[in-house]
Design a protein around this ligand. Structure first.
Ligand code: AMP
Length: 492
C-alpha cells in the first residue's frame, strides 16, 4: 500500500503526519517513539546520524554535525564541508527527509510515495524550489510545497470559516515567523509576513543556562569554560529541560550530577518561572515588533484579527501566550499542539490532493531596465496562476540585441534584488534607439514556476526561459540522489 504524508521540515525539529483511515490527521512518531525529529545530521566514520542521536553528540563533534540547514536553503555559494566532502543544503535536508521517510514507512508499514512539505510563508521561489529538490533527492514525490501558516490553519480547521483574518505566531527552536492570513470561502491567502530569523527556543535555553552557569560557578568556584564542552552541553540540556518544565510548573528542580566527574562537582538548584521571565525579558520583548510589522504590512489593526494560532514548541511558554493574548485581547486557539499543527495541516493537504490555499507570489518579479532600474512585472502578493505582459524598447541606435535580466525582490535597483536568470533577444532590425519594441511576458504557475517570453514585436521572433527555481542541474541532482542513497545505507 502506498501512503501520502505531510512533513514539517523545521529549522530545529521536523515532524511527519498522515490522515488515518478514519480521516483523522495524526502525527507519525519516529522509530525512537518521538513525535518530532531534531533537524540535525552528523557524519561519523561508518555511520550517518539523523535526529536525536545526531543532536546528542553535537557538542562533542561540532565539526561533523550540521544543524539548522534550513537557514541556508537556496544559498548558491553555501556548502557544508565535512571531512573533505562538500554537501549542498538540499543534500543535508534530503538526509533528514530520507530518515523521516524510512521511519514513517517502518511505523506505518506502507511505502511513502508522495509528500507535502511545508516552508515558511516568506520563502522565495528559489528556497521553495530547493526544498522541493531536497524532497526529490530523498526519494519523495513532493506533491506540493505548502506555506507553514496555511498548514497550521488547516490543522485548526479554519478553512471551514466563511471569512476571517488570522494571525499565525510561530516561535520554534530558532526562528519567529509571523504571518497574517485571510480565509475567504474556505481558501487561505497570506497577506503579510514578518519575523525574527534569530529568535527561538535556543535563545531562551541560552539565557537560562547563564543562570545555571552563574550558580554552578558560585557554588564550586570552577569556571564552566574550564569544565569543558561536555559539561557545557549537560548544562544546556538541563536549561532546556528546566525551561520546558516551567511551562507547566511555577518552580522546577535542576540537578546535574557530576558535571565535572574528575572533581565530583555537581549542580543542584531550583529555578522559578519568575526567574525565567526576568532573565528572558528582552527576548519576550523582541516578539512584539514583528507582530506589529506584520499587521502594518497587511494594513490591519490587532482588533481586525479574528483568530490567533500558536505554532512552534516555544509558544508553550506561558509568558509568550500572555503577550499574544494582551496584544489581541483574546486567547489564542488551543485546538492542536503547537509543535504538531504544521505537520498535521500538511497531512490534510496531502490527503486532500487539492489544497484550498490561494497561492500568491512572496516577492516582486521583474526585469532590469536602462540605468539598472527594476521594472516590476509581477507585484508581490499577486494571486497565482498569473500572466502579465509589458513592452520595452531599445536604448540606443542600431541596437540589435536586448537582454532582460530577471530579478526577484523589493528594491527599485535591480542589482539589490536576486538574479533569477536572463532572456536575450537578438537579431533585432537596426533602427533608431527607442523604435524597436520587444514584449516581455511573465507567466507563473501555482507551483511558482516562472516562464518568461521575450518577443520582437516586428518579426515575431521570440525567446523563452522557464525558471523552476531549480538550483541543481539534472546531472547534479542525480549525483546527489546517488550520494544520499549511499549515505542512507549508513543510517544508524
Ligand atoms: P519546534 O521547532 O517548533 O519543534 O520548537 C522547538 C523548540 O520548542 C525548542 O527550543 C524546545 O525547547 C521548545 N519547546 C518544546 N516544548 C516546550 C515547552 N513545553 N516549553 C517551552 N519550550 C518548549
Amino acid at each position: 500500500m502506498a501512503c501520502r504524508i505531510g512533513i514539517d521540515l523545521g529549522t530545529t525539529n521536523s515532524a511527519a503526519a498522515h490522515v488515518d483511515i478514519d480521516g483523522k490527521p495524526e502525527i507519525i512518531p519516529n522509530c525512537e517513539g518521538d513525535n518530532t525529529t531534531p533537524s540535525v545530521v552528523a557524519f561519523e566514520d561508518d555511520a550517518v546520524l539523523v535526529g536525536r542521536a545526531a543532536l546528542a553528540q553535537a557538542a562533542v563533534n561540532p565539526q561533523n554535525t550540521v544543524m539548522a540547514i534550513k537557514r541556508h536553503m537556496a544559498e548558491h555559494s553555501y556548502a557544508v564541508k565535512i571531512r573533505d566532502n562538500l554537501y549542498r543544503p538540499q543534500e543535508i535536508a534530503a538526509l533528514i527527509l530520507r530518515r523521516i521517510k524510512q521511519d514513517t514507512e517502518l511505523v506505518l508499514g506502507c511505502e511513502i510515495d508522495e509528500a507535502v512539505v511545508t516552508v515558511p510563508a516568506y520563502f522565495n521561489t528559489a528556497q521553495r524550489a530547493a526544498t522541493r529538490e531536497a524532497g526529490e533527492i530523498a526519494g519523495l514525490t513532493v506533491r506540493r510545497v505548502l506555506d507553514e501558516p496555511a498548514a497550521a490553519a488547516l490543522a485548526c480547521k479554519l478553512d471551514e470559516e466563511d471569512r476571517m483574518n488570522l494571525l499565525v505566531f510561530d516561535l520554534g527552536g530558532g526562528t519567529l515567523d509571523i504571518s497574517v492570513l485571510r480565509v475567504a470561502r474556505g481558501r487561505f491567502s497570506v497577506l503579510s509576513t514578518s519575523g525574527d530569523n534569530h529568535l527561538g527556543g535556543t535563545d531562551f535555553d541560552h539565557q537560562i543556562m547563564q543562570i545555571l552557569r552563574r550558580r554552578f560557578e558560585e557554588h564550586t568556584g570552577v569556571g564552566l569554560a574550564e569544565a569543558g564542552p561536555v559539561a557545557a552541553e549537560r548544562l544546556r540540556e538541563a536549561a532546556e529541560e528546566a525551561k520546558k518544565n516551567l511551562s507547566f510548573k511555577e518552580k522546577t528542580r535542576v540537578s546535574v550530577p557530576f558535571i565535572v566527574p574528575s572533581k565530583a562537582l555537581s549542580l543542584d538548584t531550583t529555578l522559578t518561572r519568575a526567574e525565567l521571565e526576568c532573565e528572558c525579558g528582552p527576548l519576550f520583548e523582541r516578539t512584539i515588533t514583528p507582530i506589529n510589522e506584520a499587521l502594518q504590512f497587511a494594513k490591519l489593526a490587532a482588533a481586525d484579527i479574528d483568530a490567533v494560532i500558536l505554532s512552534g514548541g516555544s509558544t508553550r511558554i506561558p509568558k509568550v501566550r500572555t503577550i499574544v493574548s494582551e496584544i489581541f485581547g483574546k486567547e489564542p486557539l488551543a485546538r492542536v499542539n503547537p509543535d504538531e499543527c504544521v505537520a498535521l495541516g500538511a497531512a490534510i493537504a496531502a490527503a486532500e490532493g487539492t489544497t484550498r490555499v490561494t497561492f500568491k507570489t512572496s516577492r516582486t518579479l521583474g526585469i532590469e531596465i536602462k540605468g539598472g532600474a527594476f521594472s516590476t512585472l509581477v507585484p508581490r502578493g499577486s494571486t497565482l496562476p498569473m500572466a502579465t505582459e509589458k513592452s520595452y524598447t531599445t536604448s540606443f541606435d542600431n541596437q540589435s540585441v536586448i537582454s532582460f535580466p530577471i530579478y526577484q525582490g523589493e528594491s527599485s535597483r535591480a542589482a539589490r534584488n536576486v538574479l533569477l536568470g536572463e532572456v536575450v533577444v537578438d537579431g533585432i532590425d537596426k533602427a533608431a534607439g527607442g523604435s524597436a519594441r520587444v514584449s516581455v511576458t511573465f507567466a507563473m504557475s501555482t507551483e511558482g514556476i516562472l516562464e518568461v517570453v521575450a518577443k520582437d514585436i516586428r518579426t515575431g521572433r521570440n525567446v523563452s526561459i522557464t525558471l523552476e527555481g531549480a538550483i541543481m542541474s539534472d546531472t547534479e541532482r542525480v549525483a546527489a540522489m546517488e550520494r544520499v542513497d549511499k549515505l542512507a545505507e549508513k543510517f544508524e
